[in-house]
Each structure stands twice: as structure tokens, then as C-alpha cells.
Design a protein around this ligand. Structure first.
Ligand SMILES: Cc1ncc(C[n+]2csc(CCOP(=O)(O)OP(=O)(O)O)c2C)c(N)n1
Ligand SMILES: [Mg+2]
Length: 893
């Protein structure tokens, strides 16, 4: 095995190299690191100028960033902290083991927290500030799968009971239990950030840190040193969201942001980079992006070895061992480590001559060494001007021994047998007897014990418990309710789009004295698309750096104005980033004690479809705010074709429980919906958020019909009753968004040419009707003995309406199909299933069969099927209206 590397021999041990190194050492000792840096820089420049090229490297050697000489001593009691940590380890493990005994296969994770315990405990005991009168507290994104450890700590702190722990992953048990992962929806006083969909924690943490600067720069909160901590898995860094926004963090100088990546080298199935080195790879990525990178790879046990490694053999060996091999060494006996790791070079073998095999097996890694972790955190919080990432090397399943430590199966390990429990107990010194250990009882030290006193004192000193979600904000209303009037009164015949109406309303709202400053418009490079560029000048684009250049369009009225107190968040082309800002803003009432009102306006096709998981996380986070899906409607967005024409976002909004979704046709509908939204979210404090689609088709906006408001909010109202046609030939046209205009046109055709008296209904929200419908159905199902069954809103609205029903929408047919069982009879549904096409609106509506002519034929065909009119009538109408019955089925071509 032993191999003498000629390369090393020639380099590290050659006389010439030694002389250079000795000189460097002398300079370091006598003149300090600054001088060393400057000398190396000069050498580098000189070499370059002499034509010596250097291969690019963004990596530093695979050793700790902080040299032992730069460390400060540990400030706390290592011994008591170790005991507290051990107890938390035990309870976290016991929670999972017990849950799986009660319900086979209920899941849970032992090994993730086992590897991260030191990373968390050092932070809890010395860094994470709780929210108090004097400080808003730090914002901490816990790794989702580490939740057993966070619960176990809260149990010691007295914030959770034994009952809670017993019912981990059994929330539906009597008395309630604990959710598997961090969910503010399920524990609104505890969890702040849903992190378990991997990648969402990191990206939302970055935008959270930026949003903290935004709030401070705009003077909405006092400037503080609140920090955002994100604990992340190394496997999680594979998610594009994890690394996708790290350049923003550096560009924005987010020194209030700290990433802690738990580099246990494993993910669920196996090694993160078996054939490579994840720590080095991440170092390069973060350094390249401009972050301060602190590697915490080796524990203090390695310091003397590194100090004696004069020839650089140890560092070389550390650099060359790939992660798959490292993982193996971390669970191998000392004899194997001696043979395979140190045995590679005779100098290394010699280095550990005085070490027993047992000592070699116990050489601790950096992420398990509180001294190293403390110093990394200290350096991170002292860093100015750039964000910090800590790459901490740990062992997955640390302490599980044979039950899974460092094994590829460890992520899924949920059961420990009696012997394994006993070993765990003994290893961590938990005072549980041999008789009791098999039951995996929870353990809390008695009140007054040094552990409890210490734990409480530490949290007191740091301002209180973490995590904790607190809401103490006054409700918020518009100062001037007349801001909505303009939209309610209609456009006076002028053709405008609902998008234009929205921008008008937003501008008015921003001008409102009370509400205005709290509004946070968010854009992902589409402000001009939606005609919002006037906001650039008016309220400014937020930039922490201000504007360091004279914009090219400075002469123009609406120039691109960036400002430190700018109000608009122009995120660039990142819907995921913009959604993260939306969440940060929409939860600022809970996380920073100030209400802000986000309006994120985006291309509807690149919203729920593209960042649906972030929308789900927004719901879980109890985010309040408005998502505005612009240019929606498969046939309303002309020209853009297959990739842009959205006919499904409302269907995707349907399953998000607290998301209210509206598809208004007219400006007044929009005004009523937004007015109600503001009232619900900021005055009545409901944890809902809104998805409202707007279109870019201009048409005259009518004034609001008398008494329409309730129907608009419920989702359906009679917009225009039939004014002509034979009352004995009734029909009902139900339409949403811009297709309402097609229904109105069909109403006229039907009356004029076919004597049919059709009412037109505006369907503002399928989702509201659906929610009401399933709740009503459920009540009736469970109360069969009630005097009267309850009626759904659809049933109430359409009661007594005779004749056929045709529903026409710019969405897929499955959307209105969700509510059609409450119609007096099954309606004909016209919708836009299929891939879009690049063409104008009339051609698109004909192609997708949602135009007035198709609506007309649908009514006539229904009447013929009812036997009310002759089948020849619709057949002739198909001909007369220019419809080709043999045209291709748009849902299939
Ligand atoms: C988006 C997403 N995909 C998959 C999962 C399932 N999952 C849960 S944990 C895990 C592995 C985590 O590995 P790592 O990030 O390294 O964390 P560790 O447990 O090793 O600390 C996976 C794939 C998830 N939670 N989210
Ligand atoms: Mg991992």
C-alpha cells in the first residue's frame, strides 16, 4: 500500500522548495499573514508577466479555513453542553423509534439530526437570538429532516410536552401531535419556515436576508443586526434553487446571511459525491459567487498532526481522498485507517506511529467539534460585506454505531433494537436503566439540575426561544376607500385591459397614505410587459447600493431609477427569486413585526406551473399577499403560442388550500376582489393569499351592476339577463375572464337570429364555488337528518334557471367541470384544452372553440337535444356561422 510519490519527493522535500517554504515561514512569523499575502501576490504577478500560466482554481486545500492559532477558546461549559446535547440526541432518536413501534412505517429521520447535533447546539447555546422586546431575533431555517432534534430541544426547554413527543408524526392522535417537518400552517406559534422541500429553504433564506435590508433601507423597521441562518444538507445543494441565487447574496452584500451546510457526504441513497469532494465543489461555487467560505473539516484532534506535517503529506492525502472513501474511513476500525489513509505515504505512517488504532478511529471531524464550530460561527457573524457559508464535515447517523452510522442505509433507519438502544444510551451517558432502555423512554433532567439551569440561562441571555412565530401587528386599512372608485365606475367606453386596470389600482393604492408605504410591488423583468414602467420613476427600484451610474434613459420621464429607498423589487428573470421575496414580504408581519403587502405580477404561465412548489410553501408559511397572473388566458394572450398561453394556472391553484383564486373579466370585479383581499388579510388577519389573473385584451369596462359585489366574491353572478328573445326559450351562458365578451356576443346572436333568451353570467372564481360546494356537500353527507339540506352557492345562484347551460372559459375544461355537478343540469363546457398557437385572438378562439359562434352552436345543440328546437337549426347554424365540424380537435393537435 505504501507508495512514495516522486512528485511529492521532488516538490515538498527538495532543497529548493524547502528554502522557499522556510523563507515564507520566517516572513509569517516576523511580519505576519498580510505580508505573506502581499509577497505571494507579487510572485504571482511576476510569474504571469513572465508568461507562466496558472490553471484556474477556486478551491483551497482540504483543511479548515480557520487556523488553530486564530481560534478563541470556547466560552461555555463544554461538559454541560455535551450532556444537554446527548439528551437531545437521545430524545430525538427515541421519538422516531417509538413512533415506528406504534405505527409501522410511519417514518422519521434519526440520522440527519444525529449528524447535525453539534452544529445546532453550538448555535442554540451561543448564537441564535430569540425575539424579545429589544431585538427582533434571528430568522432560522432549520433543515426539515432535523426536526426531531428541534422538537427534542423544545421538550427540554419545556415548550413541548412528553405527549407531544409521543405523538411525533401522529398529529391526528387524541391530544394532537407533532408534524413530521417544519410547517407554520400546522404549528403557527412555533415554526416560521417550511424547509422540507429541498432547495426552498436556501433560496427563500437568501431573499429573506435581502428583504431584511429592504425593510431597513426603507425605514419600515429600525436597523438591527438580525441574521438569517439557513441549515442545509449537502445533498440538498443539488437542487437548482439551493445554489441558484447565491450570486445575488454576494452582490447584495448580505452579511446578515449565514448558510451552514451539513456535509455528512451522504444523501438518501448514498454518497453525495462518491467520486469527488462535495466540500471542495461547494467551496469553489460559493467562492466564485463571492461568498466568505469557512471550511470546518477537521476537529481539534487533527491539529497536532497537521502542525507536525512539515512535508505537506497529510494535506495532500486529505486533498486526494474522494468522499466515497472518506465516508468509509469515518466508520472503519483504526487499523484500516492506518493502513489505507495514513499508509499511503511512509511519512504519514510515521506521523501516527504514536497513535493507537483506537485513537485513530476516534479522530474527530470538524462538524462534531464544538470548538471548531463555535469559531466558524464567530467568524461568520463578524464578517462584514459578504454572506458566509460554513461547510462542516460530519458523519451521518453519528452515534448510531452498527445501527447505521455512516452507512448508506442510515437515512432510512427508523428502528433500533434493544441492544442498539443500550449502546446508544451508554455512548451518550443517558441516565436510563437497563430495564427501561428497551422502551426508549424520553428523558428530561430534573428542574434545578445544572443542565436545565444552563439551558435556560443560555436562552435567556440570547433573548428567548427559537424557533418561535409571533404575531403582534395592528390591523391595516386603506386611509381613503375611494381609491377603488375609478375601477368600480368603469372606463366610460374606453378600451382598457384588466392589466391596465390593475396597474391603475396599484398606483392608487401606493398613493394611499396609510397602506401605500407598505405595498411591495415585485416584478421579474416584466414591468414593461404589464405597463408598469411608470413605477420606476415614481417609487424607484430598490437597490441597497443606490444608483451608481447615470441611466441611459435619464432624459426620459420614466427613466430606470434605482434607489436605496426604492419600493419596487425588480428581481430580474427569476420567478423563483420573486416568489421568495413574495414570501418574505407576505410573512414580515410574523417574522419581523411589520406588515407589508406584496403584489407579485408575473406571466401567468411562468407562475404556478413554474414555481408551484414555492406557492405551496407560501401557503404553508401563511403568507399574505397578491399573486397577479398577467397575460393569462390561452386565447387572450395573442401571438405568443404554445409556451406562453396559459389555460391551466387556475387548475393548478385549485389544490392550494388557502389560496383564493379569481379570474375577473372587468375592472370593477378586480377592484371588489382586491378590496376584499386587503380587508381579509390585513384588517381581519386571515391567513389567505390571492391568485388573480388579468388579461391584456383591451375592451370597454362597464360600471359595476347594482348588487353584484357578493356574487363577484362568491364566484358567480348574473351579469346581464336576457333583454330579447323568447322567454319560453331560455338558456344560460356562464363565462369567465375575457371570454365573458364572447358570451355577451353569443347572447346577441342567439336573441337576434334564433330567438333564444340567454342570460349571461360572470364566473369570477371556480375555486371559491368549488370550496363552498365541497364544504356544503360534506355537511349534507354528515347530517342526513338535517331538516333541509344546505345548498351550494352554485345551486342558490342558478335556482330556477331553466334551459341549457353553456360554460365557456379560457382555461382547460377540467376547471369548470369541478363545479358542474351543482348546476341544475349538466352544462356543456367549452374550454381551451390543448397546446396554444401563435395567432390572433379571433383565430385562437375559433380554433379552441370558445368564441361566440361556438357558444351559440352549443346552446342550439342542447336545445335540439332537449327536443325544444329542430335538430336542423344547430346544423344550419354551424354552416351559417362558418364553423367547420371536421376541424381538428384542439385538445389533441
Ligand atoms: C424536493 C425534495 N426532493 C426529495 C426529497 C426527499 N428527501 C428527503 S431527505 C433527502 C436526502 C437529504 O440529503 P441531505 O440534503 O444530504 O441531508 P442529510 O439528511 O444528509 O443531512 C431526500 C432526497 C425532499 N424532501 N425534497
Ligand atoms: Mg447529507
Amino acid at each position: 500500500m505504501a507508495r512514495r510519490s516522486t512528485e511529492i519527493e521532488n516538490d515538498e522535500t527538495s532543497l529548493e522548495t524547502r528554502e522557499w517554504l522556510d523563507s515564507l515561514e520566517w516572513v509569517l512569523r516576523n511580519e505576519g499573514p498580510e505580508r505573506v499575502r502581499s509577497l505571494l501576490e507579487s510572485l504571482h504577478v511576476h510569474a504571469r508577466r513572465s508568461g507562466v500560466g496558472f490553471p484556474f482554481t477556486a478551491e483551497t486545500p482540504h483543511i479548515n479555513t480557520i487556523h488553530p492559532s486564530q481560534e478563541v477558546p470556547y466560552p461555555g461549559s463544554r461538559e454541560i453542553e455535551r450532556r444537554i446535547k446527548s439528551i437531545i440526541r437521545w430524545n430525538a432518536m427515541a421519538m422516531v423509534v417509538r413512533a415506528n413501534r406504534i405505527t409501522e412505517g410511519i417514518g422519521g429521520h434519526i440520522s440527519t439530526y444525529a449528524s447535525a447535533a453539534t452544529l445546532y447546539e453550538v448555535a442554540f447555546n451561543h448564537f441564535l437570538r430569540g425575539r424579545s422586546e429589544d431585538h427582533p431575533g434571528d430568522l432560522v431555517y432549520f433543515q426539515g429532516h432535523a426536526s426531531p432534534g428541534i422538537y427534542a430541544r423544545a421538550f427540554l426547554e419545556g415548550r413541548l410536552t412528553e405527549e407531544h413527543l409521543k405523538n411525533f408524526r401522529r398529529e391526528l392522535a387524541p391530544g394532537g401531535g407533532l408534524p413530521s417537518y417544519p410547517h407554520p400552517w400546522l404549528m403557527p406559534d412555533f415554526w416560521q419556515f417550511p424547509t422540507v422541500s429541498m432547495g426552498l429553504g436556501p433560496i427563500t433564506a437568501i431573499y429573506q436576508a435581502r428583504f431584511q435590508h429592504y425593510l431597513e433601507d426603507r425605514g419600515l423597521v429600525p436597523r438591527t443586526d438580525t441574521r438569517v441562518w439557513a441549515f442545509i444538507g449537502d445533498g440538498e445543494t443539488d437542487e437548482p434553487e439551493t445554489l441558484g441565487a447565491i450570486t445575488l447574496a454576494a452582490r447584495e452584500q448580505l452579511d446578515n446571511l449565514i448558510f451552514v451546510v451539513n456535509c455528512n457526504l451522504q444523501r438518501l441513497d448514498g454518497p453525495v459525491r462518491g467520486n469527488g469532494k462535495i466540500i471542495q465543489e461547494l467551496e469553489a461555487a460559493f467562492r466564485g459567487a463571492g461568498w466568505n467560505v469557512i471550511k470546518v473539516i477537521w476537529g481539534a484532534d487533527w491539529d497536532p498532526l497537521l502542525a507536525r506535517d512539515r512535508g505537506g503529506f497529510l494535506v495532500r492525502r486529505m486533498n486526494e481522498v474522494v468522499d466515497g472513501e472518506s465516508q468509509k474511513y469515518s466508520v472503519s476500525p483504526g487499523s484500516l485507517i492506518r493502513k489505507e489513509f495514513f499508509g499511503r505515504y511512509p511519512e504519514l505512517e510515521k506521523l501516527v506511529e504514536g497513535y493507537s488504532d483506537e485513537q485513530l478511529a476516534k479522530l474527530r471531524l470538524g462538524g462534531h467539534d464544538p470548538q471548531k464550530v463555535y469559531n466558524a460561527y464567530l467568524a461568520a457573524v463578524r464578517t462584514e460585506g459578504v454572506p458566509t457559508v460554513i461547510l462542516a464535515r460530519t458523519i451521518k447517523g453519528y452515534g448510531l454505531g452498527e445501527a447505521g452510522e455512516g452507512r448508506n442505509v442510515t437515512h432510512q433507519q427508523k428502528k433500533l433494537n434493544e441492544e442498539e438502544l443500550r449502546d446508544f444510551r451508554t455512548r451518550f451517558g443517558i441516565p436510563i436503566s437497563d430495564e427501561d432502555v428497551a422502551d426508549a423512554p424520553f428523558y428530561r433532567p430534573p428542574e434545578g439540575s445544572p443542565e436545565m439551569e444552563y439551558l435556560r440561562e443560555r436562552r435567556r441571555a440570547l433573548g428567548g426561544y427559537v424557533p418561535k412565530r409571533v404575531i403582534q401587528v395592528p390591523s391595516l386599512r386603506v386611509e381613503d376607500p375611494s381609491v377603488f372608485d375609478e375601477l368600480l365606475q368603469g372606463s366610460g367606453g374606453r378600451a382598457v385591459s384588466t392589466t391596465m386596470a390593475f396597474v391603475r389600482l396599484l398606483t392608487r393604492l401606493i398613493g394611499d397614505k396609510r397602506l401605500g408605504p407598505r405595498i411591495v410591488p415585485i416584478i421579474s423583468d416584466e414591468a414593461r410587459t404589464f405597463g408598469m414602467e411608470s413605477l420606476f420613476r415614481k417609487i424607484g427600484i430598490y437597490s441597497h447600493a443606490g444608483q451608481l451610474y447615470e441611466p441611459v434613459d435619464r432624459e426620459m420621464l420614466l427613466y430606470y431609477r434605482e434607489a436605496r429607498d426604492g419600493q419596487l423589487l425588480e428581481e430580474g428573470i427569476t420567478e423563483a427569486g420573486a416568489m421568495s421575496s413574495f414570501i418574505a414580504s407576505g410573512t414580515s408581519h410574523a417574522n419581523r413585526g411589520v406588515t407589508t403587502i406584496p403584489f407579485f405580477i408575473f406571466y401567468s404561465m411562468f407562475g404556478l406551473q413554474r414555481v408551484g412548489d414555492l406557492v405551496w410553501a407560501a401557503g404553508d408559511s401563511r403568507t399574505r399577499g397578491f399573486l397577479i397572473g398577467g397575460t393569462s388566458g390561452r386565447t387572450t394572450l395573442a401571438g405568443e403560442g404554445l409556451q406562453h398561453q396559459d389555460g391551466q394556472s387556475h387548475l393548478l391553484a385549485l389544490p392550494v388550500p388557502n389560496l383564493r383564486a379569481y379570474d375577473p373579466a372587468f375592472a370593477y370585479e378586480l377592484a371588489v376582489i382586491i378590496r376584499d383581499g386587503i380587508s381579509r388579510m390585513y384588517d381581519r388577519n386571515e391567513d389567505v393569499f390571492y391568485y388573480i389573473t388579468v388579461g391584456n385584451e383591451p375592451y370597454a369596462m362597464p360600471p359595476m351592476p347594482e348588487g353584484a359585489e357578493e356574487g363577484i366574491l362568491r364566484g358567480l353572478y348574473r351579469l346581464r339577463p336576457a333583454a330579447a328573445g323568447d322567454p319560453a326559450l331560455p338558456a344560460h351562458l356562464v363565462a369567465s375572464g375575457a371570454i365573458v365578451n364572447e358570451a355577451l356576443r353569443a347572447q346577441a346572436i342567439l336573441a337576434e337570429h334564433f330567438n333564444v333568451a340567454a342570460d349571461v353570467w360572470s364566473l369570477t372564481s371556480v375555486k371559491e364555488l368549488y370550496r363552498d360546494g365541497i364544504t356544503t356537500e360534506r355537511f349534507n353527507r354528515l347530517h342526513p337528518d338535517a331538516a333541509e339540506p344546505r345548498l351550494t352557492h352554485v345551486e342558490q345562484a342558478l335556482a330556477g334557471a331553466g334551459g341549457p347551460f353553456v360554460v365557456a372559459t379560457d382555461s382547460v375544461k377540467a376547471l369548470p367541470a369541478a363545479i358542474c355537478r351543482w348546476f341544475p343540469r349538466p352544462p356543456v363546457i367549452l374550454g381551451t384544452d390543448g397546446y396554444g398557437r401563435s395567432d390572433g385572438r379571433p383565430a385562437l378562439r375559433r380554433f379552441f372553440e370558445v368564441d361566440a359562434e361556438h357558444i351559440t352552436v352549443a346552446v342550439l345543440s342542447s336545445l335540439a337535444a332537449d327536443g325544444v328546437i329542430d335538430p336542423g337549426v344547430p346544423a344550419a347554424a354551424i354552416e351559417e356561422l362558418g364553423i367547420d365540424p371536421e376541424s381538428p380537435d384542439p385538445s389533441r393537435v
